[in-house]
Design a protein around this ligand. Structure first.
Ligand SMILES: [Zn+2]
Length: 395
């Protein structure tokens, strides 16, 4: 093999992201000026009842109505949104002849807005759109406004919807990337510390897993974005958790989670997420906390094959680690620093602390094996026995 072939930065790849990004505190008060022409006369505004009650949508809605748009608000999005909710949002859009869709909220509202814009724009059936690359489009014009800093959903081509009691299905296609993402840090000032911590660690996991992903499309852009994300997230997560009113720290978290989103949208996540899903799905532990609970244990398992990669990004997240000599030592210090961070942020750190009995671990390990689409990206192969050992270590 020549040096040219060995250099990963010269492998073929494709990179998709949201084409128009606005990062500006208070910018949702200018929503119509930024996005009005794109959205057209009749705007379906998708959000959740909590944000509506808190008045967080008011400036955005006033901006649209004052500019002469007719606006229909669909504010019935729940956590882990159901297919039923998506279809109701589509119905609301149809009845008002929507010309554009705004998704405003956490990952759930953005996911519903993505699929609603697709179904409204193309008239296609959801059953043909599940999976990777099956959406036909075109979708309606779509603008996404995140109000949490973690999922990066405003720059990912994926929407996760719950079908039936607890089956999660995804639509994955660049077609559902929005036209515009608006990052308004003032919307995140009121997030409570526990949510700020969990979503912030989730964003760090996105960056770490994207950087070390074995996926064939891992690429220099994702690696660069992951490192920049870790610098912003590592430097600001404690400030954002302990002083939620610090708008600069909030902005850094929002930007960092978007950069991590751009990274993993094109270099997908791996075993931390695969092992987190059975924790979230069965025990209803929030996504970010589920990731944090297994994070140090999965990285320790991966270290024999990924120490070099983890050592490369260690000092991005924790600048003190630059003094650690050698990739083995720096990797080990990185993993310890991540474990210490969760503790410092006041998060639970053991599976037993979130109500999971030891007798559940075997079933969780077998459930984690169903996440092959994620496990194939892991730097080290994970067997069911390995997954069980990781859960035991995390218990
Ligand atoms: Zn995640």
């Amino acid at each position: 093999m020549s040096a040219f072939e060995e250099d990963h930065s010269l492998q073929s790849f494709a990179f998709h992201t949201t084409p128009h990004l606005v990062f500006e505190p208070g910018s949702t008060a200018r929503l119509a000026a930024i996005a009005g022409r794109k959205l057209g006369a009749s705007v379906l505004f998708v959000t959740d009842p909590g944000l509506r009650r808190l008045g967080l949508c008011d400036a955005a809605l006033a901006s649209l109505t004052q500019a002469g748009h007719s606006v229909g608000v669909f504010d019935a999005v729940e956590a882990d949104p159901s297919l039923d909710t998506v279809l109701k949002a589509v119905e609301a859009g149809r009845s008002m002849a929507a010309t554009g869709v705004v998704g405003f909220g956490g990952g759930s509202s953005l996911d519903v807005a993505k699929v609603a814009a697709l179904l409204l724009g193309s008239g296609e059936e959801i059953d043909g759109a599940w999976g990777v690359g099956n959406a036909k489009g075109p979708r309606l014009p779509l603008v996404l406004v995140p109000t949490t800093a973690g999922t990066g959903s405003e720059v990912t081509p994926v929407s996760i919807i719950t079908v039936g009691a607890e089956e999660k299905r995804g639509v994955s296609s660049p077609i559902i990337l929005p036209d515009i993402a608006i990052l308004d840090a003032s919307l995140t000032l009121g997030l409570p510390p526990a949510i700020t911590a969990a979503t912030g660690v989730d964003a760090m996991v996105h960056a770490i897993e994207a950087y070390a992903s074995k996926n064939a499309n891992n690429n220099p852009l994702s690696k660069m974005l992951a490192r920049q994300a870790l610098q912003l997230l590592g430097a600001n997560i404690e400030k954002a958790v302990f002083d939620g009113g610090d708008v600069d720290a909030r902005g850094a978290m929002l930007l960092g989670s978007m950069l991590a989103g751009q990274a993993f949208a094109n270099s997908p996540v791996a075993a931390v997420h695969a092992l987190a899903y059975p924790i979230g799905g069965t025990f209803h532990v929030p996504h970010g906390l589920s990731n944090a609970l297994v994070l140090p244990h999965v990285l320790r398992f991966n270290a024999p094959d990924a120490a070099q990669l983890y050592a490369e990004i260690a000092a991005d997240a924790f600048p003190d680690l630059a003094k650690e000599q050698g990739s083995q030592g720096r990797c080990a210090a990185f993993i310890e620093a991540l474990a210490a961070l969760s503790k410092k942020l006041g998060m639970q750190t053991r599976l037993r602390e979130v109500g999971i009995g030891e007798e559940h671990l075997a079933k969780m390990a077998s459930d984690a094996m169903k996440q092959q689409r994620l496990l194939v990206n892991n730097p080290r192969d994970v067997s069911e026995a390995d997954a069980l050992a990781i859960y035991k270590a995390a218990w």
